[in-house]
Design a protein around this ligand. Structure first.
Ligand code: CO
Length: 180
């Protein structure tokens, strides 16, 4: 089911999400709703808090076909994300980070805004799948960036908080205009 996505500066987005304790049908329904909601907006990832659920759950689905050689959130690429390719991460923890890299990010909670953000280039992440099995993943490409972006959501943070003071000020001014 497609759910409503909370839009910045909705205060709920600042909440620290709690660990998932039951890997049950309710969790599976949540993950399925997250997928439907993400796909409805042509997103590449979403955290549970973005649909108002403060649980440490996120999903990422990187399109198979990548004509630009870059993973922008882009309508043109919204049709190549089969559900079985979705990475579902419950209670994820970054256990190691290496290097630095700038990448252009966007967010379903801040639609239409794309900014270069610096993050670690390579991460190793431990997490649980939807059945409660422990998994580990390592990546030094787009997935590494996406995981860091989504884990920030679980900690109540959005990517524009990583902008420089001046860029943030400019963003806030332009964003406020949208809601007048
Ligand atoms: Co986001």
């Amino acid at each position: 089911m497609v759910r409503e996505i909370l839009v910045y500066p909705n205060k709920t987005l600042k909440r620290i999400s709690k660990e998932v304790e039951s890997f049950d049908g309710a969790l599976h329904d949540l993950l399925d709703d997250m997928y439907d909601t993400m796909r409805a907006q042509n997103g590449l990832g979403i955290a549970a808090i973005q649909i108002g659920v403060a649980l440490r759950a996120l999903i990422i689905n990187i399109p198979l076909d990548d004509p630009h050689g870059e993973h922008y959130i882009d309508d043109e690429m919204g049709n190549d994300q089969p559900k079985e390719n979705t990475l579902e991460m419950i209670n994820p923890v970054i256990v190691s980070k290496e290097g630095h890299r700038k990448y252009q990010e966007g967010c379903l909670s801040i639609p239409g805004v794309y900014e270069d953000i610096e993050r670690a280039k390579k991460v190793q992440v431990e997490y649980f799948d939807r059945n409660g099995n422990k998994q580990v993943i390592e990546d030094d490409d787009f997935l590494a960036i996406a995981v860091q972006h989504e884990i920030d959501h679980l900690d109540g943070k959005v990517f524009i908080e990583k902008l420089s003071f001046l860029k943030r000020k400019k963003f806030e001014k332009e964003w406020a205009k949208k809601f007048k």
